[in-house]
Design a protein around this ligand. Structure first.
Ligand code: LHQ
Length: 264
């Protein structure tokens, strides 16, 4: 399915959202943000989708907010109108990515800038093409930061490095991204599609409910004390412990076979 700015495809239980405005390095205009949010919500709600992949067309992953549209808005709309995009579009996009009950993989095919980098940081894994780069970009246009990067980036790289990247906006190579904890893996550019397909397929064949619960637990612990996090973990253990996949896995273990998971 192609909607303005994004292509959405579901195959073999993997839902792929591809940013598709290559002429603007896949920058996020209003229509793209609307389509992205709707697409994410649909994939999140679709039990047949057991892994979500985010990627981009052409030489960029995503260049963040479409600055041409933004400038047009600044000249022709009220500040209230222009800045609605953060609470009404970026924030629900970030939350949907963060809380969905299935794993999310970013296939970072090229430059990821500003909110585009923030979106990649919300994924559970970033498989990065060797020529791709990251830039926090926000301060370069004299803005604060958004789409959750104040929450994700320090967790990925530590506060000192996060501040350096946010304040300078310098380009981070794929290799450095791997070394500092942004990238999960770096692969040669031409191997990215096959590597991501294999990675996503493997996750899509896994215990989806358990993966979702692990995501919830790690997200919850980020904002809660140990005692509360332990209680949350206990609830998630009960939840996954009641699943068909858990039963199948322990039965398979006892007879020394590989479990087959159906995601429930
Ligand atoms: C673009 C963009 C772009 C439009 C490249 N927009 N056209 C939230 C709420 C509200 C407001 C503001 O922001 C936010 C959150 C944010 O995301 S703020 C951060 C916004 N993003 C940026 O500041 C990044 C701007 N882009 C760049 O710094 C560079 O283009 C990067 C580093 C991404 C790539 O550099 P190059 O590889 O040298 O490519 P280029 O600069 O030559 O760009 C190629 C074309 O893409 C060019 O158009 P043209 O017609 O001249 O070929 C750019 O204008 C266009 N483009 N980013 N964000």
């Amino acid at each position: 399915m192609t909607t303005p700015g994004v292509q959405i495809e579901v195959a073999d239980a993997v839902g792929t959202i591809t940013f598709h405005r290559p002429e603007a390095l896949n920058a996020l205009d209003d229509a793209t943000k609307t389509a992205l949010l709707e697409g994410l919500r649909e994939l999140a709600a679709d039990a047949g989708v057991r892994c979500v992949v985010l990627t981009g067309t052409g030489r960029a992953f995503c260049a963040g907010q479409d600055l041409r549209e933004h400038v047009h808005g600044l000249m022709h709309s009220s500040p209230d109108e222009v800045w609605r995009t953060v609470p009404e579009q970026y924030n629900p996009i970030a939350l949907t990515l963060q809380v969905m009950d299935k794993p999310v993989v970013a296939a970072v095919n090229g430059v990821a800038a500003g909110a585009g980098a923030s979106l990649a940081f919300l994924a559970d894994a970033r498989i990065v093409a060797a020529s791709a780069t990251f830039t926090m970009a926000f301060a370069g246009v004299a803005l604060s930061c958004d789409t959750g990067c104040s929450w994700t980036l320090p967790r990925l790289v530590g506060t000192t490095r996060a501040m350096e990247l946010l304040l300078t906006g310098r380009r981070v190579s794929a290799q450095e991204a791997l070394e500092i904890g942004i990238a999960t893996e770096v692969v040669p550019d031409d191997e990215l599609p096959a590597r991501v397909a294999a990675y996503a397929r493997s996750l899509a064949e896994g215990p989806t409910l358990a993966y979702g619960s692990i995501r919830q637990a790690v997200g919850y612990a980020a904002g809660h004390a140990l005692e509360e996090s332990l209680e949350f973990e206990a609830r998630q253990m009960r939840r996954t412990g009641a699943s068909a996949d858990h039963r199948a896995a322990v039965e398979a273990f006892l007879v020394k076979q590989r479990p087959r998971f159906n995601g429930s």
